[in-house]
Write a new protein. Sequence first.
Lengths: 200, 200
Amino acid sequence: MYARCLEELEDRGEAVVSSAQLASDCGVNAAQVRKDLAYFGEFGIRGVGYYIKDLSDDIKGILGLNREWRMAIIGVGNLGTSLLLYKDFLKKNYKIVAAFDVDLSGVVGKVSEKIGKPVEILHPDRLKEVAKQRKIDIAIIATPASEAQNVTDKIVAANIKGILNFTPAQIKVPRGYTVKNVYFTTILDNVAYLLQSKRK
Amino acid sequence: MYARCLEELEDRGEAVVSSAQLASDCGVNAAQVRKDLAYFGEFGIRGVGYYIKDLSDDIKGILGLNREWRMAIIGVGNLGTSLLLYKDFLKKNYKIVAAFDVDLSGVVGKVSEKIGKPVEILHPDRLKEVAKQRKIDIAIIATPASEAQNVTDKIVAANIKGILNFTPAQIKVPRGYTVKNVYFTTILDNVAYLLQSKRK
């Protein structure tokens, strides 16, 4: 959140930000900002605030955001296509370097048409070979839930250590792999809870 | 998380679960389970565990998951279509009751074909009228980011109190509205951070 706010301030050409301003931009209070940043060893300068560029670089370094992360999308249906089209990746340090689908014939033409340039879609059996060649760090699973574990096993065999799972399936990985699940229904549960508690 | 684990246990026909078993299913430790559930006034029965049905009902009541939530999708591109197709909604208490897009001619046929039945897609200008008729609780924004605030203003005018924003735009709403943002890049930042910290 701080990294994103600081990026916006940088884009606007600002050099310095007070904790009050940063708090307001981030939707928290100034005491929280000072506490959070102190945790990372950042204390700002009394009467001045924080140097935006320095603070932004420090936070990005801590979060691993100052390097390129190379990603593969597995499953090029509607969700996979929308991720391929997701323009916000371009602004950040995430790069989709490969796309995989079992249905090569049905998908390639449609996706290329939507994206406006030819898109190469590979069979998931080639994951291991391509992961090594293209140095893939993160695999995004956007297949049907029934395929999720099967695909996960291929990702593990390809030694891709980061997995973003968009299916509702609970996937199993060995130690040393990082899985982040994006369950739409869990996100909705959260909205429902907030609505429910406001009504009381 | 507990609600989901308990639902799976119910589906398997279990009646009682120990905190150790529940902890293992949820990927936390047993002390955490006891602490979390005690917070909701649930203490289980010594030597027995928790009655799954009762605990599940209680948690669902607290979270607002024991009622139907009626949703509208605004923006029926790839992401909107994938949400319309997302089968996991059917298992839960979320129901998509309307879909909106400015591009009526281009979208209806394609989406209907994918979904396998005729889908009625309405112009966003009709949001207020339809929200009242169909009792919409939650609006899902799946438009381009440039349209997000414009669409949000229509949602607010239609008095839909819950908003799930899938665009990277920061949207502004009056007090009393609940917004949950799903930024793919923020989710990826989280994966990147976890990968980065494991490498150190």
